[in-house]
Write a protein that binds this ligand. Structure first.
Ligand code: SAH
Length: 377
């Protein structure tokens, strides 16, 4: 189905019939060498591709009228070849005085995805989607309810970051001009199920400007339900991104229910692959754990979680990030009681497992973890 390296070779699964027309080819789908080839095919010298890369990745310009270093007659030709419109913002919502901003994007085929910009003192995090919908079906996650529509292309993933960078560079986010320092693959989708496109996007983010965005790999977090073969593969890429494993339960009985892919790769296998990532990359892995009242928040489960993690050693390879559950519409579950959360943290820390509780931005605009569900927007 996919005949281009820019599109994942994994089979696409459609829950709804949708025209399987690939997103248009974009600069961000291509390596710098491939861009030069495209320019040459259009009868242009390779440096034109470099100029275009500078516009897109360094100045965040995509409007040909602003590309004044390019001859007018070339602008639209180059734009058509390398800078097609990939996503149109159809809705934005703000919270926290504009410091949190969620955007609903319509892709070329009508698929809807969301991204969230979060500005904190000293850093800006973009939470991006990697798939339209998600096939992992975690029952507490809004995106999981609607199923998978399709994988996103590298260009579509990168465009979410560039759009945020553009707003910041143009002083359109309260707090003055700024830049995107962090990217988290915690929007819609399972990034490891769209591996090639996600890795292409990571490369564009870390490639030095003007070939890419020149970000630090350490500022990029890839979050996964635990697709073990892909986690092992990621460890061998030699790109030191941060890996987050969405564990949510230390025992297979409960995790089978909360994260259904657990029936394929168990708690042990997923944690072992996370440990392997830390071992190979020397990057501390993050264990994500949504705190769900009376479901996974018992003290004995905190002990069990600590024991599972500590069985791989106590050399600081892991920390636990607790996320108060954001209840999704119609869900029977809600966030843990504060006292249960405190006890859970206490037990983990007592057993020597570094633990933090996530600050959840943007709750009132449904921009918080697991609430991105474009189909319902
Ligand atoms: N598919 C990836 C990215 C998903 S979103 C993954 O599962 O890791 C990022 C995180 O938000 C995951 O840890 C996910 O389990 C969590 N999450 C999903 N729904 C949530 C909810 N309603 N409340 C709190 N966290 C949620």
């Amino acid at each position: 189905m996919a005949d281009s390296a820019s599109i994942t070779s994994l089979p696409l699964v459609f829950d709804e019939p949708r025209k399987a027309k690939r997103p248009p080819r974009h600069l961000a789908d291509l390596t710098p060498d491939e861009r030069a080839v495209v320019a040459k095919e259009a009868g242009l010298p390779g440096f034109r591709a470099k100029q275009l890369s500078r516009h897109y990745f360094a100045r965040f310009v995509d409007d040909p009228a602003e590309m004044t270093d390019l001859p007018v007659e070339l602008r639209s030709q180059l734009q058509a070849a390398l800078l097609p419109v990939l996503a149109t913002a159809v809705h934005t919502q703000e919270a926290d005085g504009g410091a949190t901003r969620k955007t609903l994007w319509k892709l070329h085929d009508g698929a809807l995805v969301e991204s969230v910009l979060m500005r904190y003192p000293g850093r800006v995090t973009m939470c991006v989607s990697s798939q339209a919908g998600c096939g992992m079906a975690c029952p507490f996650c809004a995106t999981g309810q609607a199923g998978l529509q399709r994988n996103m292309s590298t260009g579509e993933i990168v465009e979410q970051v560039v759009a945020g960078a553009r707003l910041l560079a143009r002083n359109q986010v309260p707090g003055g001009p700024g830049r995107v320092s962090n990217v988290v693959f915690m929007g819609m989708g399972e990034p490891m199920a769209n591996y090639n496109a996600v890795m292409g996007a990571v490369r564009r983010m870390v490639d030095p400007t003007p070939d890419g965005l020149g970000m630090s790999a350490r500022g990029i977090t890839v979050s996964t339900v635990g697709l073990v073969p892909r986690m092992l593969q990621l460890a061998d890429e030699h790109i030191p991104v941060t890996l987050a494993l969405s564990l949510h339960a230390p025992d297979d009985d409960l995790r089978n229910e909360l994260v259904p892919i657990n029936t394929r790769w168990s708690v042990r296998e997923a944690v072992e692959a996370a440990w392997n990532y830390a071992r190979v990359t020397r990057r501390r892995v993050s264990i994500e754990y949504a705190m769900i009242k009376d479901i996974n928040d018992q003290g004995w489960r905190a002990d069990m979680l600590a024991d599972v993690l500590r069985s791989y050693g106590d050399w600081g390879w892991v920390h636990v990030n607790l996320i108060p559950l954001n209840p999704t519409p119609g869900s029977k579950w809600t966030a843990s009681r504060p006292e249960d959360e405190r006890e859970f943290v206490r037990r983990l820390i007592d057993k020597g497992v570094p633990t933090t509780v996530r600050d959840t931005r943007g709750r009132e605009i449904d921009g918080a973890c697991g609430q991105l569900a474009a189909g319902q927007a």
